[in-house]
Design a protein around this ligand. Structure first.
Ligand SMILES: [Zn+2]
Length: 284
């Protein structure tokens, strides 16, 4: 039986313990580190509880359980295809096959997109902690597996982490576990929001989904995590999401009774941040 006891932590990036409040939701508090300004949930559920929640897709919280299973999304596949065209034009233009691991593959949307876009002979694999998503992906023939990183023996040219960052309690440790899975000069692709660049949750364009999301980085925080783990940034792209179309979609969701956050378009400093980074050559 897992307990619902919360743990107080120091800043996952710089280790400082001095914070101020950034936002609250679902009975959880997000704080901002007064030294490096990273935003993170504190106190947070225990590591065992976080890991269990990621497997079943449900987080217990003060008021009610937060269900984060969602559905397989066709729109997501279209967005991923556009992202890959933006960030990896050279890989797509080349005829050289590559190996690619998508971590946090969900229903396998990116795996499927990459299978259709990467050069012929490329091999794409996904790993995902949530059993129901893995089963759904496998049912339609996608190579998505419920594996821990420690169970993977292969090495890859590319590893992608799309909307994974915010779920990881210790990203520094996580990058250390990914590094051995990359080939020499292998690349990492990270996509996350820049919540940590916003002065408070008021400017965040969506619900925070606490405690499914545990850490909100800014662009600089993401660079710092990557540099510290031995990666060099190749390219960064930022994409705004608070468009008129996003506003329209949010209105529709509100009309059908979904819990949403409604904010005027083109006001927020929130961006999706896409970072492509290369593993540094071993020193010495
Ligand atoms: Zn800090």
């Amino acid at each position: 039986m897992l307990s619902s006891r919360l743990e107080f932590i120091d800043c996952p990036l710089c280790g400082a313990s001095s914070t101020k409040t950034w936002g609250t939701e679902n009975g959880f508090e997000c704080v901002r580190c007064t030294r490096c300004e990273l935003v993170y949930v504190n106190p947070r559920p225990s590591l065992a509880e976080i890991s269990h929640a990621n497997e079943i897709g449900e987080h217990r919280s003060g008021a009610e359980a937060l269900n984060v299973v969602y559905k397989r999304s066709r729109r997501k596949a279209r967005r991923y295809a556009s992202t890959i065209r933006t960030v990896f034009p050279d890989v797509l233009a080349s005829s050289k096959p590559v190996t690619w691991l998508d971590v946090g593959a969900g229903f396998g949307e990116l795996v499927e997109v990459l299978q259709s876009m990467l050069p012929a002979g490329s091999r794409v694999t996904g790993v995902e902690p949530m059993a129901s998503k893995v089963a759904a992906a496998q049912k339609i023939g996608l190579p998505v597996y419920q594996k821990d990183l420690s169970q993977i023996t292969e090495r890859f040219d590319f590893i992608s982490l799309i909307n994974v960052f915010a779920h990881i309690p210790d990203f520094h440790d996580f990058l250390g576990r990914l590094r051995p899975l990359l080939r020499e000069k292998g690349e990492l692709f990270v996509e996350t929001g820049n919540g940590g660049d916003l002065p408070s949750m008021k400017e965040y364009p969506d619900l925070l989904y606490l405690p499914d999301h545990l850490v909100f980085a800014g662009e600089g925080h993401l660079r710092a995590f990557l540099a510290e783990a031995g990666f060099s940034i190749i390219a960064t792209h930022t994409v705004r999401i608070d468009t008129a179309m996003h506003f329209g979609k949010t209105l529709v969701k509100k009309a059908i009774g979904r819990k949403v956050k409604l904010a005027m378009p083109y006001q927020s400093r929130f961006r999706r941040v896409l970072v492509r980074a290369r593993l540094n050559a071993p020193t010495g």
